[in-house]
Write a protein that binds this ligand. Sequence first.
Ligand SMILES: [Fe+2]
Length: 213
Amino acid sequence: MARTATPRSTAKSGSRVTRSSPVASGKAAAKSAAPSKASSLPARDAGSNRLDTPSDFAPEAVLAISDALKVALADTFALYVKTKNFHWHMSGSHFRDYHLMLDEQSEQIYASTDELAERARKIGGTTLRSIGHIARLSAIKDNDAEYVAPEDMLRELVNDNKTLIRSLRKAHAVADEHDDCATTSLLENFIDTAERRTWFLFEAARTPDRDGR
Ligand SMILES: [Fe+2]
């Protein structure tokens, strides 16, 4: 949950100031005059300097990578909700297979959310803060129809997974540009699992030809 930004003190974080003590105030003044390690940290995001996890990436790299990860995470959350919705509202003669497949896929998608969010935090960036933030960034199309035919659900999820793959690839390109191999490695796994989901959904939704294949 996001915290409300607190007014910033003139003292750098880490130095304790006892307002009632002149000795302590003197020490604080001396500390503020000397260049501290904290003061050398770049301000990346006004109001959230306390969230600047130290890393060797340039501030611009941290912003670019974490922004790309935010979009990928927004698409991931949206796809999770949509896959779970279709799992709950599945119907028809393939109910058991489709219901279980979508449950398995939704668990896989959900498991990637924490890793995407924490990757941004590990390098000193920030991540999604709200449901509104997800809605603003995600390119996954919403669907709150009362009834969706089973094969239509699968076909829609094929396209949604492809949308997610595109945002994962974009984030991969940004991370690669800044030599962030840990992020590219993480994203490669998520791209692979999204492509696997697309494959399974596509095959399950395929209309049999005259030979029944
Ligand atoms: Fe379930």
